[in-house]
Design a protein around this ligand. Structure first.
Ligand SMILES: [Zn+2]
Length: 233
């Protein structure tokens, strides 16, 4: 069983609670309060379990472990100047976990300048994106529904925004997103800058997605800050 079976009860909070709330069809605010407890008790009663409002192994077994398919495949850059050669996948992982103190890295994948693909955090999408399989690339709730991919680069040697993708990175990225698309056909390709007012990933993900043959249905169109419109593919 892959899902993290942390006991959940009144006072629990976080992504695991959100997952639970979605399974029992109650508001998924990530906070296990009285409403959630009531919904759990009802679920337990319906499934001939002891109706104690505490989610342990027996309740998990009835809930099943399937999580939801991710909504997005979100693309990022590290915001590294072109002449900085010390930044690679290992650097990113250590920065997030050792310096920022995160419990996991910000991205599932990093693509280095020479096209090398490194998986930083494993997500088996055959059973949806489980809460323990998520990363922190976007910021906020969307990370619970996203696969995050980051390219090393994004700035020129003076630190100005630039699409620095090498041909090798483009090739690796295309292969990777097509592979993930097969595993989770409903997820939409999106750039970080389509959610937040920031340049990342310094190119237009919708334009690029179209150029590699992605279906419109698999391209996120929201672009409140206009980056996807103005940047190149
Ligand atoms: Zn980003």
């Amino acid at each position: 069983m892959k899902n993290n079976q942390m006991i959940l009860k009144i006072g629990s909070q976080g992504d695991q609670v959100k997952w639970l709330q979605r399974q029992i069809k109650t508001l998924d605010d990530g906070w296990f309060g009285i409403m959630t407890e009531k919904a759990v008790k009802e679920f337990q009663a319906e499934n001939d379990l002891k109706s104690d409002g505490i989610v342990g192994p027996q309740t998990y077994a009835k809930l099943g472990i399937r999580s939801e398919d991710p909504n997005w495949i979100c693309l990022h850059v590290t915001a590294t100047p072109e002449n900085a050669n010390h930044v690679n996948a290992d650097w990113v992982k250590r920065y997030h976990m050792e310096i920022l103190g995160w419990s996991r890295p910000g991205y599932h994948f990093v693509i280095e300048r020479d096209g090398t693909l490194v998986e930083l955090w494993e997500a088996d999408l055959s059973d949806g994106l489980q809460s323990h399989e998520t990363t922190f690339g976007i910021g906020g709730w969307r990370d619970s529904a996203a696969i995050n991919i980051c390219l090393v680069g994004g700035l020129d040697s003076l630190g100005r925004i630039k699409d620095t993708r090498t041909p090798e990175q483009r090739a690796t990225l295309e292969k990777l997103v097509k592979k993930i698309h097969k595993e989770t056909p409903k997820a939409k390709l999106v750039g970080h800058n389509q959610f937040w007012n920031k340049a990342c990933p310094c190119f237009s993900v919708p334009k690029w997605a179209e150029s590699i043959g992605f279906d419109q249905a698999n391209i996120e169109t929201q672009d409140p800050f206009g980056y996807a419109k103005t940047y190149n593919a």
